[in-house]
Design a protein around this ligand. Structure first.
Ligand SMILES: [Zn+2]
Length: 204
């Protein structure tokens, strides 16, 4: 009897497993499970998935004001006439905006940095959206800047850097109260904890 070589996995399968493995939180096992699920699924569902991925890549842009992800520019938050335009909340990622919006407590504007200062990883202030923040603060005259970075070393370094830039201005710089556990991400905080943290924010 001919021996079956189990290593001859078709190239398209290997490729898809490899692509899934690049996603955050997806290990090799999960990547394989997702791939074999898609092989079994019907053509329309698979097509819908691939089209959704391309639609996100083709239609989602960064807001020219706050750098949040959006389909229209300026985004719905920057465009909203009832938002409190005297406050700006600085966050690391677009997902943090989503988390803060879910609390329903904060009504001001946002600024998404798309990263944090991290000398270890070679990321400096010029690599994230800090210049745009400086420009907005200088032209729009906010009364308060809320630094809602993740409570870890890099988030802290980024907060301190931004605080340094604006500390001599007529502007209040605050940060969320420490209801958020040290070492955890804003994105993962539950709504109540995050809501309390943002309403009990403290002067930086
Ligand atoms: Zn915006």
């Amino acid at each position: 009897m001919d021996q079956i070589n189990i290593n001859t996995i078709p190239e398209p399968i290997l490729k898809l497993v490899q692509e899934f493995s690049k996603l955050p939180g997806i290990g090799k096992k999960t990547a394989q499970r997702l791939t074999y699920y898609l092989i079994r699924t019907n053509f329309d569902d698979a097509l819908s998935l691939s089209e959704s991925i391309m639609a996100v890549k083709n239609n989602i842009i960064l807001c020219s004001e706050c750098s949040n992800i959006t389909q229209i520019d300026p985004c719905n938050i920057c465009n909203d006439p009832i938002r409190d335009k005297t406050r700006i909340c600085v966050v690391e990622e677009a997902l943090d905006v989503l988390a803060l919006e879910k609390t329903g407590i904060y009504k001001g504007l946002y600024h998404v940095l798309h990263g944090v200062i991290s000398p270890v990883n070679g990321i400096g202030p010029e690599d994230i959206k800090i210049n745009k923040l400086i420009e907005r603060v200088n032209t729009l005259g906010f009364r308060e800047i809320i630094l809602a970075m993740n409570p870890n070393l890099e988030g802290e370094a980024t907060s301190m850097y931004i605080n340094q830039i604006f500390k001599n201005k007529e502007i209040i710089i605050t940060r969320p109260a420490r209801g958020i556990a040290i070492g955890s991400d804003i994105e993962y905080a539950d709504e109540i904890t995050l809501g309390q943290a943002i309403s009990g924010r403290q002067k930086f």
